[in-house]
Design a binder for this molecule. Structure first.
Ligand code: G3I
Length: 382
């Protein structure tokens, strides 16, 4: 078997996928039949940070951080300041973090992150003013059809005004499309839709624009990246929503594509994704990659192999999206493997720590860092 190495890369992933490495260092993984090139060279020229490489092309690079995690480690803070030109709170600007009671706001934790960004001359972005998740415990007992508009307007006005003039951009509405819910225009069934009807979305953007005329107002959505039937339907529904909002003169400026990628999810259809980005840009909207990470849950256990596959996915994805000049920013959802939502959301069946982000758990750059750096270096200048 001189030219063919049958290497059991270990059982991994809930499907108990068995990976087979064959000659010429290509990795074929069942059952997705994804073929990964294990020999790709992720060489990077020079020592510049991701922030600097992005800025050289007119792009912004950054990541999401939790207040406790960032406050806990000076080394992480140093890596953050070196690599990131923008910071977004992972949870601190959501309803459940800001609204301990119906008539009280608590900005302690979000203010800490805003101050960290300001101290280190980083841009600050807000996530998210209107979402169906992470609503405070009291919400379901207190908010109803009669008072929902009052709560929505008061929340957006109070929170947006607090950071007015200092906020690069806001995810005003997050994940409002879910075709499987069977609602009009593919809208997600949520308390907001239930109490206020489809117009809650336009209302949210108009109130946010009034409270902070300087902030870029973004519609943020997940599951737009792959070429499955569901994603195709979702991209169409999102485009129709954006067209409707623009046609009514709604103050909306950009689409946020979350970009939670999954190794072995099946291939990206670069042509379909690129065409979607062009369609969004043709509406006069900018595009932000807002929550980028690559789940390695279903990959073989060998960390070196996982890092290579994850890096390849980063570079392939970013080379497609950065070709669209309306894309102005790339943010990871976390910077280091030491803290990622994927540890709890998609843990590995072998119990090994997940490795979805550019820095490892000791804040050292991984091949994913190289891949992102290479994508910025190869991107057209804005
Ligand atoms: O604050 C409580 C704490 O008091 C409690 O002790 C602890 C244990 O239960 O839970 C803490 O709340 C957790 C919260 O994160 C803050 O850490 C919630 O349980 C946990 O579910 C929540 O997860 C967040 C998730 O959104 C909620 O859906 C993740 O950290 C966050 O990364 C994730 O981010 C979302 C984006 O906002 C939108 N796009 C998808 C992305 C991933 O789901």
């Amino acid at each position: 078997m001189s030219r063919r190495r049958l290497l059991y890369m270990g059982v991994s992933g809930f499907a108990g996928a068995l990976a087979v490495a064959v000659a010429k260092d290509r990795l074929l993984i069942y059952p997705s039949q994804a073929v990964y090139n294990l020999k790709k060279d992720f060489k990077v020229v020079g020592q510049s940070s991701l922030k600097k490489r992005a800025a050289a092309k007119g792009l912004i690079y950054g990541a999401a951080f939790g207040r406790d995690f960032l406050a806990s480690d000076k080394k992480l803070q140093a890596s953050t300041v070196r690599e990131c030109g923008i910071l977004v709170p992972e949870n601190e600007l959501k309803w459940d973090a800001l609204r301990p009671t119906p008539d009280k706001f608590d900005f302690t934790r979000s203010d800490w992150l805003a101050a960290f960004a300001r101290t280190h001359k980083m841009l600050f972005r807000g996530h998210t003013l209107v979402w169906y998740q992470q609503l405070p415990q009291w919400f379901k007992e207190v908010v109803n059809r009669q008072n929902a508009e009052k709560f929505l307007v008061e929340h957006i006005t109070t929170v947006t005004k607090r950071y007015a003039g200092r906020m690069h951009s806001w995810d005003v509405v997050n994940e409002a499309i879910e075709p499987d819910d069977g609602q009009q225009a593919g809208l997600r069934q949520s308390p907001w839709l239930q109490f206020l009807g489809a117009d809650y979305i336009e209302l949210a953007y108009r109130v946010a624009a009034q409270a902070d005329p300087k902030a870029m107002l973004v519609y943020n959505e997940n599951a737009l990246e792959y070429s499955g039937y569901k994603e195709e339907v979702k991209r169409t529904a999102v485009l129709k929503l954006l067209e409707r909002l623009k046609s009514r003169g709604t103050p909306i400026h950009a689409l946020g594509i979350q970009s939670h990628l999954v190794a072995q999810e099946g291939a990206l259809n670069a042509k379909k994704l690129r065409s979607f980005l062009s369609d969004v840009a043709s509406l006069g909207l900018k595009i932000l990659i807002t929550e980028l990470d690559v789940s390695d849950q279903k990959l073989p256990s060998n960390p070196a192999v996982r890092d290579r596959i994850v890096a390849g996915i980063y570079e392939d994805y970013l080379s497609v999206v950065l070709d669209e000049k309306a894309v102005i920013a790339v943010l990871n959802w976390g910077l280091s493997d030491r803290h990622t939502w994927l540890s709890t959301f998609t843990p590995r069946s072998d119990g090994a720590p997940v490795r979805p982000l550019p820095l490892d758990s000791s804040f050292k750059p991984k091949l994913a860092w190289n891949a992102i750096a290479r994508a910025f270096d190869q991107a057209p200048k804005r």
